[in-house]
Design a protein around this ligand. Structure first.
Ligand code: BTN
Length: 315
């Protein structure tokens, strides 16, 4: 029964998606799904309740923003095979881990419309309001754990490049992997890994991008693309461009080259920073990021300090 309802919803969504924003009549949907028009109306009401942006008019039904739909059938192969889409999960990090353990391949991408327990770095809550792009990439590299940091740098490098190209904005990367638009946080990244022996079993890179949402982060000043560009954007376009760019960036793992490219995108080097680690706070001027991804800061006594993990705030 549950599967039947799911299949009907998917049939309805496919019909609406293929109409590309045009109206599909209740009669057409009722014929395709073999249910009454009243039942169509009920299904569509339930779908609206669960967050699908569907307009109802006397002539029928239409998706308000078809480019924003992230169901696998909206993507062409090979991206289609990479996408695992969920309406609501606790966090895509845990869903991705379960799928990775069950055999989901390298470069699978878990996307959710809603996260009820989204998490950020240093155990912070990540508020995942609707309209954002919340995803976790499953990576299964043949690398020892100390080298996987490079994937995080490749991810923030790729995402900043793609957003700048698509929207002609000036997104920069803040060490280690946040994306800023001006001084405000546009996207955050979190990575978690499981090892087997001395090799990586899988790495999950979670990425939260403020796209069409109104971010309400209490601790950081956050901003969405919609806030800046004053229009609703296609999360699908962003996702496809990011996955393509990321795969190109990691085709050959050349750590110094990826870090060098990343340095061209960062606004951290040269800024006065405060870095909070689990047990300490460091202040100074960020002078470099070394080949291992560590941040080098110079304190007021000109001492250099190397920081491998923490949250960085620009003054
Ligand atoms: C941070 O800046 O602290 C990292 C935020 C990471 C948020 C993303 S949203 C998708 C994935 N699922 C989560 O629960 N967190 C990451």
């Amino acid at each position: 029964m549950v599967n039947k309802i799911k299949n009907r919803k998917e049939t309805i969504l496919k019909l609406l998606y293929r109409a590309d924003g045009g109206t599909v009549s209740g009669v057409k949907i009722s014929e395709a799904t073999q249910i009454s028009r009243v039942a169509v109306w009920k299904h569509i009401s339930a779908m609206k309740q669960s967050g699908f942006a569907i307009d109802s008019t006397p002539k029928g039904y239409a998706l308000s923003n078809p480019g924003d739909l992230l169901l696998p059938f909206c993507f062409d192969p090979p991206v289609r095979e990479q996408i695992y889409h969920f309406q609501e999960v606790k966090t895509t990090m845990d869903t991705a881990k379960t799928l990775a353990r069950e055999g989901a391949p390298h470069l699978s991408c878990v996307v959710a419309e809603d996260q009820t327990r989204g998490r950020g770095r240093l155990n912070r809550e990540w508020i995942s309001s609707r309209g954002g792009l919340w995803l976790s990439l499953i990576l299964k590299p043949s690398l020892p754990p100390p080298l996987v940091y490079i994937y995080n740098f490749a991810a923030s490098l790729s995402l900043s490049r793609v957003l700048n190209q698509l929207f002609d904005v000036n997104v920069s990367v803040k060490w280690p992997n946040d994306l800023l638009l001006g001084k405000e946080k546009l996207a955050g990244m979190l990575s978690e890994m499981e090892t087997r022996g001395d090799m990586v079993r899988f790495l999950i890179i979670g990425i939260g991008i403020n796209v069409n949402n109104d971010p309400g982060n209490k601790e950081f000043k956050a901003v969405s693309l919609k806030n800046i560009l004053k229009e609703t954007l296609s999360r699908k376009q962003i996702l496809i461009a990011f996955l393509t760019e990321f795969q190109n960036t990691i085709r050959e793992i050349n750590c110094p080259e990826i870090i060098n490219q990343w340095k061209k995108q960062t606004s951290t080097i040269g800024s006065r920073v405060r870095v909070e680690t689990f047990d300490k706070i460091y202040e100074g001027r960020a002078v470099d990021v070394d080949e291992t991804g560590a941040l080098i800061i110079e304190d007021d006594q000109q001492n250099h300090r190397k920081i491998i993990y923490g949250d960085c705030f620009h003054a």
